[in-house]
Design a binder for this molecule. Sequence first.
Ligand SMILES: [Zn+2]
Length: 131
Amino acid sequence: MYDTDCPHPTDAPAEDRPMRTSLRRGWRRRCPSCGSGPLLKGYLTVRSSCTVCGEDFTPQRADDGPAYLTILIVGHVMAPALLWTFTTYRPDPLVLATLFSVGCVALSLYLLPRLKGLVVAIQWARRMHGF
Ligand SMILES: [Zn+2]
């Protein structure tokens, strides 16, 4: 179907990038290409390239996507839990506020880098390069 002597290399078919594997690797904050190199430098900074396979990550820009998803998930988990806890146990307001403040911060800190890895993995798998 494709001419191997194609004079235009950009017309060559791109290799397959499986979404499910990329998502799993992104959630684990690993390179979506090889799965072994770390994707993030520090807590949230995306590396410029993979230290193992050399995949270029400079075009990948997650922007506000991971923060939006984190707020969406934490809000939808913690708001019903807050209501249920209040109506079921009627705890002291200071105890309730302290517990849910710590819980919201902890869940956000857990989810944010993983969702960033997920967004970068989706961009990488679908060749969305933020230009
Ligand atoms: Zn890699």
